[in-house]
Design a protein around this ligand. Structure first.
Ligand SMILES: [Zn+2]
Ligand SMILES: [Zn+2]
Length: 408
């Protein structure tokens, strides 16, 4: 274990010596608090650090080789002070976290599993709240991220940026920075002056809006919604149109529609669509549906547009977030900026970690599910020795499921 960790640390050390140009020094550096987790004590975060200039930060990273590196989204008068009161908060960037960990992607049943620590019952996919056999909450989870999971995260980022931050809130694209988080998703940062002084409640309202919380669509309020409208009304109009256009009996049954309603929707599809697209729009046909079915339809549409962001990250105005350009200690993948126009093609496993090495030889220690990482699918057997691309090897080693035999 010790030896394994020190080998990984050596690779991180080389990374911080060779690839420091990847480090993106935060704006307003002297006012930021930094936090680090080191290899020698992976359970302890060392906080309240600060740096006067980028040279100091880069030297620190090279000399101390953190397993995880974070900086504050907030600016402080005294970032090194030990208590939040003494730090004197001056403002904070607006940050969003999209993490597929809790988004139920279909591939999770293929690569995730859980086990009850009390009765040993296990299963595939995301763990239930409590063990279905003994009711225990002590469930151990084996979670993985594959290319399909990452695609889902990318879709969420695009919705967040294009539909909400740009269209509804009016931010310019050049005010929005997107970073791969180094593990299961993306962070979206806005540093503009306009957001700096929003308090936690104001940020919660932004979160609620983006998640559609408290938005109850109704077709009689202020006239029928038009597809060209901005905001949630326009989104709902476009979503309902798409829903009616694509609706099939299976989905409608699943959503609880009655047989008579399904027949009504399918036989009158064209008439309903013409009503929705006319000017002014006419939604009257939908009144033939029961209130229950109408709500199921609206909820379905709302869910497809709302973005799955982690509200704790956005509402916490004293949050530490991963330093762009640093390595994530649980994956060995770097936190890197991703342009909105490049995000669909983005593959974290294609980023070069070291200039000097391109592959790793591994010994597989534990069962690993078959995974698609980047463009390739990987399948390993326990005790097998394999040669893999450097980033895939470092990922498996950091996950603790493989041992590095040698660097090539
Ligand atoms: Zn159990
Ligand atoms: Zn997946």
């Amino acid at each position: 274990m010790e030896r394994r960790r020190s080998l990984i640390r050596r690779i991180f050390h080389e990374f911080y010596s060779e690839r420091y140009e990847l480090i993106e020094v935060p704006s307003d550096l002297p006012k930021r608090e930094f936090g680090f987790i080191f290899f020698k004590s992976p359970d302890i975060m060392v906080r309240h650090k600060a740096f006067n200039n980028s040279q100091e930060l880069l030297e620190f990273l090279k000399a101390n080789v953190p397993m995880h590196a974070y900086y504050s989204t907030a600016h402080y008068k005294w970032p090194e002070a030990r208590s939040m009161d003494e730090k004197m908060w001056l403002g904070a960037d607006l940050v969003f976290d999209i993490d597929v960990d809790h988004i139920p992607t279909p591939c999770k049943t293929a690569h995730d599993s859980w086990k009850c620590l009390d009765c040993n019952l296990g299963g595939k996919g995301m763990p239930p709240e409590t063990c279905p056999k003994c009711g225990s909450k002590r469930l151990e989870r084996d979670a993985w991220v594959c290319d399909i999971c990452l695609q889902k995260a990318k879709e969420e980022v695009l919705k967040l940026v294009e539909d909400f931050l740009v269209s509804d809130f009016g931010f310019r694209l050049n005010e929005i920075k997107v970073y791969f988080s180094g593990h299961r998703g993306f962070h979206v940062h806005i540093e503009s002056e306009k957001v700096q002084h929003l308090d936690s409640d104001a940020r919660r309202e932004i979160v609620d809006y983006i998640k559609g919380i408290g938005f109850r669509p109704s077709i009689s309020l202020n006239g029928d919604p038009d597809m060209s409208e901005t905001g949630w009304r326009g989104r709902m109009a476009r979503g309902v149109y798409k829903f009616i256009a694509d609706a099939n009996a299976d989905l409608l049954t699943e959503l609880g529609f009655k047989k008579r309603e399904i027949t009504f929707l399918v036989t009158n599809r064209e008439i309903i669509l013409r009503g929705l697209e006319s000017s002014p729009p006419y939604w009257g046909c939908l009144h033939k549906l029961s209130k229950r079915s109408l709500n199921a339809l609206f909820d379905f549409v709302k869910r497809s547009y709302a973005v799955d962001i982690d509200e704790r990250v956005t509402t916490d105005i004293k949050r530490l977030i991963r330093l762009p350009g640093s390595l994530h200690g649980k994956t060995g993948l770097p936190v890197v900026p991703v342009g909105i126009s490049d995000i669909e093609e983005f593959d974290p496993f294609s980023i070069e970690i070291l200039n000097s090495a391109s592959s790793l030889k591994l010994k597989i220690l534990r069962k690993i599910p078959t995974l698609k990482l980047g463009s390739r699918e990987y399948s390993f057997k326990v005790n097998e020795r394999v040669k893999v691309p450097f980033s895939v090897g470092l990922y498996m080693a950091c996950r603790g499921v493989a041992e590095i035999v040698n660097v090539m």
